[in-house]
Design a protein around this ligand. Structure first.
Ligand code: DOR
Length: 429
């Protein structure tokens, strides 16, 4: 093939997307689109995908990039570099920045920062002004800029009447409200999951019910208003059961879970190391099993990282003073392959095409890998082994709970609109 419009070919891999699997090369044209998916394609530039999976880039529904206001912990640039290395071609940036992303001006600022990022960065907007939970933010002006997900993440919307109004207004705008399910009065003063380990360690706990009462409330409010609700970082068996029953009854709800909630339990907190502090907190083995069952049976639609970088000084405070949050973008794919018990195709559905749909990004991300589609792709070497070294992560922060863990499966190349932003495991800018 001597088509001079072909920029490169991903050679020798197995293509996996929502339509299935096939051995094929993938040609990408100079405009950043997939030109062909077929055997024996050729081009002056070949990227080796031998022994690898070629798939749509991953899409993260939930990443904290900290810009503006928290640049000591992360920036759009560093967070997007971590994302690209993790196989992501798009992410939704959470609005709990300083100031919050609660206006068109703030949305524009993040979109502008995203222009030079190593993946597409789509801000979520806040539901309430300043995420204070008192007055609705100008949802329409943010929706007009393409914002599709709205959340006060970091806090749930406590006022049920206000949440109802947000849903009514949001459904007219065609947007989705995403809830951080946490009843503030039940969670008040807690720093870890309330249970055996909190009693043993003498750390005040947050009961599972703090999450579950808000999941139940928002299922009811979704039914009342006819508006969709997306549940962020589900962490308890009770929440999974509520969402499962709601879906069976036809509710317009979707849900995500974070890797730390299916790989770690509250027992990790025994050393009082704040790297294991996160909100919602690490739960019990039964909760971990329920989250995995929810991923397996479709109750949970997406794996989202809740990538939450924090500067070392902040995370080195005593457990009760340290902020909650863990890094996630560079480890999510390997952990999901290792610990969900699901096959590669299902894991990619949870990390790529299903979240792409929830975020409204499926025109550009999440595949299928087919001629004419934007070449937002990642190449995974499923047998590569690597050890998590916090000092070598691209994030500006170091707070990974998986330091020293050896994982299988590593991203070899990531293509953003045809441009190799990660090549042979190295970020290109
Ligand atoms: O652990 C968490 N960290 N949970 C949240 O909801 C917020 C996040 C953060 O912004 O650090």
């Amino acid at each position: 093939m001597a088509d001079r419009r072909i920029a490169l070919v991903l050679k020798g891999g197995e293509v996996v997307d929502a339509t299935g699997r096939r051995r094929a090369d993938v040609a990408v044209d100079v405009d950043g689109f997939v030109a062909a998916v077929a055997a024996d394609l050729d081009a002056p530039r070949l990227l080796d995908a031998g022994g690898c999976i070629v798939a749509p880039g991953l899409v993260d529904l939930h990443a904290h990039l900290r810009e503006p206001g928290g640049e000591e912990a992360e920036t759009v640039e560093t967070g997007s570099r971590a994302a690209a290395l993790g196989g992501y071609t798009a992410l939704v940036a959470m609005p709990n920045t300083v100031p919050a992303i609660d206006s068109a001006a703030a949305v524009r600022e993040v979109l502008e920062l995203g222009v030079k990022a190593l993946c597409d960065v789509r801000p979520a907007g806040a539901i309430t002004k300043g995420r204070a939970g008192r007055e609705l933010a100008p949802l329409a002006e943010m929706a007009a800029l393409g914002v599709r997900l709205f959340t006060d993440d970091g806090a749930g919307v406590q006022d049920s009447g206000l949440m109802r109004r947000a849903l009514e207004y949001g459904s007219a705008l065609g947007i989705t409200l995403a809830q951080h399910c946490e009843d503030a009065s039940l969670a008040a003063g807690g720093h870890m999951h309330e249970g055996t380990w909190s009693s043993r360690l003498g750390i005040p706990g947050v009961p599972a019910e703090a999450e579950e009462v808000m999941v139940a409330r928002d299922i009811a409010l979704s039914a009342l208003t006819g508006a969709p609700v997306h549940f962020l970082h589900l962490s308890t068996a009770g929440s999974v059961a509520l969402v499962r029953a709601a879906k069976a009854a036809g509710a317009l709800v979707t849900a995500e879970a974070a890797p730390h909630h299916f790989t770690l339990t509250a027992e990790e907190v025994a050393g009082y190391d704040p790297v294991f502090k996160v909100n919602p907190p690490l739960r019990t083995e039964a909760d971990v099993a329920a989250v995995k069952a929810g991923l397996a049976d479709g109750t949970i639609d997406a794996i989202a990282t809740d990538h939450a970088p924090h500067a070392q000084e902040a995370k080195e405070q005593p457990f009760d003073q340290a902020p909650p949050g863990m890094l996630g973008l560079e480890t999510a794919l390997s952990l999901s392959l290792a610990e969900t018990g699901l096959g590669l195709d299902r894991v990619l559905a949870l990390l790529s095409w299903q979240p792409a749909r929830i975020a409204g990004l499926d025109a550009d991300h999440g595949g299928p890998v087919a001629a004419g589609r934007p070449a937002n792709l990642m190449v995974l070497d499923p047998s590569a082994r690597w050890t998590v070294d916090p000092a070598r992560l691209a994030s500006r922060s170091r707070n990974t709970p998986y330091a020293g863990r050896t994982l299988t499966g590593r991203v070899r190349h990531t293509l953003l609109r045809g441009e190799p932003v990660v090549l042979d495991g190295e970020a290109q800018r």
